[in-house]
Design a protein around this ligand. Structure first.
Ligand code: SF4
Length: 342
């Protein structure tokens, strides 16, 4: 963010910015958990992983998703494309043959009409991740540019509950039971805010025994309960890969796409090793929902803030987007480097 972002007089009548963690803290906590996981996954020892948030299936959305990766294969996946593949593209790219072939000979028969596959072949070719041509009898043929790598090792789901008291644990229990029995993820955790207090045994009893519990502090994280390793059904392999591709595409900093970094009150505040959105007008860590087009306190950043480089680089709001995108790219470049310190 430009140094002059906060150099403008703070408007009269607005509350001073305070560490109001009691105001909708779940979003800020979730971002801290994502950042911690990005830097320090797994609690038993470092494993290369990418992190995303608010992902899942139609039935269940997880707060944080950690995809453990094979570093070399991840580098190959990244070389193929820095964007994720949706499920239609994934079908085409994953089954792309080494030599020219009719798409119907290369791809397993889908549970919908073949004609819906053709646009995805064209899209994949348009992105340069496969090559296509018209073959005999005017058939659409295609082939890989490079093979789609097997980059996903494990998928881990984390439910974030900063105030994990007994009633919150009871409310979570059914969802976690579902996660454990469904076993779409290899491991399920609950992350809670570290308080330094002794953990009530009754609280642990309310959660399924297979679910791990993490106490996340500003600078350190403690495992309160180790999870069991689940056994995903092999028939879920494609669904898990679609989930991993969405995690790769979205990451966890994409929240900024729906928030208002172009508002004069939008700031990024450092919490531990994470940058968390903070609203100078409301004096709190605002939620993603309230920092939207409907926010009545929104004010556009003054044009004067955009003088440096504007209109080419935009103002501080555009700077926020650039900072977050650069952080994401830097972290991904370092995956696989044993000396990494993202
Ligand atoms: S849009 Fe609203 S919540 Fe977001 S920074 Fe501006 S005033 Fe705060």
């Amino acid at each position: 963010m430009p140094a002059d972002r906060n150099a403008f007089p703070f408007p009269r009548g607005l509350p001073a910015v305070s560490d109001a963690t009691d105001r909708d803290p779940e979003f800020a906590f979730e971002l801290r958990v994502c950042r911690w996981a990005e830097r320090a996954w797994h609690p038993d020892g470092l494993r290369p992983a990418i992190v995303a948030r608010q992902l899942g299936t139609r039935e269940r959305r997880w707060d944080t998703v950690v995809v453990e990766v094979d570093p070399e294969a991840f580098a190959a996946r990244r070389a193929l494309s820095t964007d994720g593949f949706d499920s239609d593209l994934l079908r085409v790219v994953r089954h792309a043959p080494a030599d020219w072939a009719w798409y119907r000979d290369a791809i397993p028969e889908p549970d919908f009409p073949w004609r819906h596959v053709v646009p995805a072949v064209h899209r994949a070719a348009g992105r340069g991740v496969v090559e296509k041509r018209r073959g005999t009898r005017n058939r659409v043929e295609y082939r890989q540019t490079v093979p789609y790598p097997e980059w996903v090792e494990r998928i881990v789901a984390i439910e974030n509950k900063p105030n994990l008291d007994a009633s919150a644990a009871r409310a979570l229990a059914d969802q976690l039971e579902h996660d454990v029995s469904r076993a779409l993820a290899d491991e399920v955790w609950v992350a809670t805010e570290a308080t330094g207090d002794r953990v009530e045994p009754a609280l642990l009893e309310d959660l399924p025994v297979e679910v791990g519990i993490l106490a996340v502090g500003e600078d350190s994280t403690e495992v309160l309960w180790h999870p069991s390793t689940l056994t995903p059904d092999p028939t879920d392999a494609r669904r898990r890969l679609v989930l991993a591709e969405r995690a790769y595409d979205r990451g966890w900093r994409s929240y900024v796409e729906t928030m208002r970094p172009d508002c004069r009150y939008f700031e990024l505040d450092r919490r531990g090793r994470a940058l968390v959105p903070k609203c100078a007008a409301k004096g709190c860590y605002q939620s993603q929902r309230e920092c939207a087009h409907s926010c009545s306190a929104f004010e556009p950043e003054p044009p004067a803030w955009r003088m440096n480089g504007w209109p080419i680089d935009g103002g501080p709001g555009a700077g926020v987007r650039r900072i977050l995108a650069a952080r994401r790219d830097r972290v991904r470049e370092r995956i696989g480097d044993p000396q990494r310190d993202p």
